[in-house]
Design a binder for this molecule. Structure first.
Ligand code: IMP
Length: 188
């Protein structure tokens, strides 16, 4: 048995993963403060809605809103494209949508990670149909190597070339989300 192997049961099979620290929670916190400082100059609180893309953005959205420290409205949508794989199916399905009125509002889309770009592209299409005055996209991780759709990214925390990452909301098959730091994950 490998000493640093993390075992998890996924779809009834036990899988062994190698988990390596990539981004520490202290660095995530610093980066979020930096993004919040810049975002504050771009929004008017009474006219702005933050929209988190579940489930991966949950911690990022909450920490960002705390740093921004404005009384803004927020909501969530849920998009699925990965299932239990480490590759996008490229078919984005919304499993929760929002009923908020985005007309003439500044909408800040908060997403955990952009990889191929298919998910963000679908989220942007959905929001632009609702006639916002402005859309700002804010992603914690821009994983640009596999980008297939050129999508608008206004703010990003970290850029990584490749690899599959988990922690701080990011999951593999709904596991590893609650780790406070971000790790790369490889099947061994
Ligand atoms: P895209 O549609 O390929 O850009 O992928 C975006 C979605 O896939 C994100 O919202 C994540 O849920 C998921 N995803 C992409 N890469 C990763 C990763 O490295 N770790 C965990 N989830 C990922």
């Amino acid at each position: 048995m490998l000493s640093n192997c993390v075992r998890r049961v996924c779809e009834k099979k036990e899988i062994c993963f190698k988990k390596s620290l990539l981004i520490r929670k202290e660095d995530i916190k610093l980066k979020i403060s930096e993004i919040a400082r810049q975002l504050k100059n771009q929004i008017q609180p009474e006219n702005t809605i933050f929209l988190g893309v579940l489930k991966g953005s949950i911690f990022f959205l909450v920490d960002l809103l705390r740093e921004i420290d404005f009384d803004v409205k927020f909501d969530f949508i849920e998009a699925k494209s990965y299932g239990t794989s480490m590759n996008s199916s490229k078919e984005v399905k919304f499993t929760k949508i929002t009923e908020m009125d985005f007309a003439n509002k500044i909408v800040v889309i908060v997403e955990d990670i952009v990889d191929t770009g298919f998910t963000m592209n679908e989220v942007l299409k959905l929001i632009y149909q609702k006639n916002p005055s402005k859309v700002i996209t804010c992603v914690l991780i821009d994983k640009y190597e596999r980008r297939e759709v050129d999508v608008q990214i206004d703010y990003f925390g970290f850029r990584i070339e490749k690899g599959f990452v988990v922690g701080y909301g990011l999951d593999f098959a709904d596991q590893f989300r609650c780790l406070p730091d971000i790790y790369t994950l490889e099947k061994v």
